[in-house]
Ligand binder design. Sequence first.
Ligand SMILES: [Zn+2]
Length: 298
Amino acid sequence: MTITESDDAVVRTAAPRVVSGRKWNPSEAVQSAKSALYFRDVVGQVQHGRAGFGLFPKTPLWHKATSVQKRQLVVEEVRRQEEGERHAKAVSMAKQGRWTNWEGLEKKRLSWRDIWQMEGARLSFVLRATYDLLPSPQNLKEWYGEDPACSLCKVPASLRHILSGCTTSLTQGRYTWRHNQVLRELAAILEQRRTTTNNLPQTLIGQVNFINFVPAGQRQEHRTISKDASILQSARDWKLEVDLDKKLVFPPEIVATTLRPDMVLWSPTTKLAYVVELTVPWEEGVEEAYERKKEQIF
Ligand SMILES: [Zn+2]
C-alpha cells in the first residue's frame, strides 16, 4: 500500500508483486479489507450493544483517512477478518472450541515474547488445557480405550472434573491449596502497593479527577492524568488483612460479623473499605461463580 498508493505516479507503477505462502495472499487480503472498510463507510456509524449512540469513539472514515491511517485501518481489518475466521472454525469444533463459550473473561494474549519466556511444560499445559487436549482419563478413553474413571473418586473424569469438579480433591483440600496460592500472590502485590502508598507524602491525597465540562465556545484544557492513579491514592493509612495462615477476623471497627472474605483493605480516616473475595472457577462457570459469591456477600 505504501507504494501502490504513493502520490508519485512513477512510484505507483513500480509496485512489486508481494509473494507469500500458499495459504494467504496479501493482495487479496488487502483488497477484501479495503472493500470491508468501504462498506463500513456506506453503513455509517452504528450503535454498539446497549451503549448509547455515539458513546464509542468514532473510527476514522475510509474516504477521509490519510494514507497512514488507511494503512493502519487495513492492518486492523485484516487482523479482524483472520480472527473472525479462526473463531468461526473454533465454534464448529465441539471439544476444542469450548473456549468460545467462556463469558466475561479477561482475554489473555500470548505474545511471542511471553511464549519464549514461559517454561516449556507450563506453556504446554496452558495450551492443551485451553483446547482440552490433556491426557485426562476421559480423553485417554477416547484415544486408547483406557479406563475413564478418576483415580481418586472413580467417577468418569473429564478435564473439568480433574481441575474443578472432583469431590475427593475438594475434601482433601487440593483446590483450597490452589486457591491459597493465587491469594498469596495477590496479597503480596497488594501489600507492596499498600506500604509504598502509605509512605507517600500526604499532599497527593484527594486528587480526584472530576469530569470537566467545557462551556460552549471555549477550548478544552489539556490535563495530565498521573499514570499511578489508583484507588489507594485517596488515603495514607491503608490496612490489609488476608485470610491466609491465620483465620481472618473482620475488622470490628468496620462492622461486627463472622463472615470471612479473602481480603479486607481499609482506611480508618477516609472510612473506605474494599473487600476481596477470590474464587478460582472453571472458565465456563465464571459468571455462575460470580453470582454465587455475590449472593453470599449480600
Ligand atoms: Zn474425582
